[in-house]
Design a protein around this ligand. Structure first.
Ligand code: ZN
Length: 186
């Protein structure tokens, strides 16, 4: 996995790209939870499920199908004030799908563990992207506060936080630019 902090920052960057509106803390909390959620599968180690199994780490919870179902569930149950199947509602489904799927994408860019079962439950093949140089994060907090953790932080700052900041800044600039064009008197 990438570290939980980096999954969270990816969700925030996606959210800032998705909307320029002021969103509730609940929205941001759900976005971050969605991006971190797939790693809940580490409990399967304690249940005796093998890493490479469909239900193992980086298995089903890291798949695109899981992200899609989760996106629907969040939009359906947490945004009842928005008319279901309206354009805005579909936008939320898409956003929470992307926030959740971003987790598997970042994991498939790391240099350790097994790949990500993007197409579970239909296909259990594990995938990495051709470039996968992000230092893999340890699974335990104790290991994180070690030399390994330092290398993870340096790698994630360069390969996740920096691109996310650029994405965030680009979305902000585009909105500001288009707003100032609209505000200009004719
Ligand atoms: Zn993961």
């Amino acid at each position: 996995m990438a570290s939980g902090f980096s999954h969270a920052i990816a969700a925030v960057a996606l959210g800032k790209t998705y909307t320029g509106s002021r969103m509730s803390w609940r929205f941001w909390g759900l976005a971050i939870a969605s991006a971190v959620l797939p790693d809940a599968d580490i409990i399967t180690f304690g249940l005796g499920i093998n890493y490479e199994d469909m239900l193992g780490h980086r298995g089903l919870t890291h798949s695109l199908a899981f992200a899609l179902v989760w996106g629907f569930m969040v939009a359906w149950s947490e945004f009842k004030q928005i008319a279901r199947f309206s354009r805005e509602w579909w936008g939320l489904v898409l956003f929470f799908f992307l926030a959740t799927a971003s987790h598997g994408v970042l994991d498939a860019l790391t240099n350790g563990g097994l790949g990500v079962a993007f197409f579970a439950p239909f296909d259990s093949t594990r995938y990495f992207f051709p470039w996968h140089e992000i230092e893999v994060s340890p699974l335990t907090v104790r290991q994180f506060f070690s030399e390994w953790g330092g290398a993870v932080v340096r790698s994630e700052l360069k390969y996740i936080w920096l691109p996310c900041s650029v994405l965030w800044l680009a979305a902000w600039s585009v909105r500001r630019f288009s707003r100032s064009k609209l505000d200009r008197p004719i």
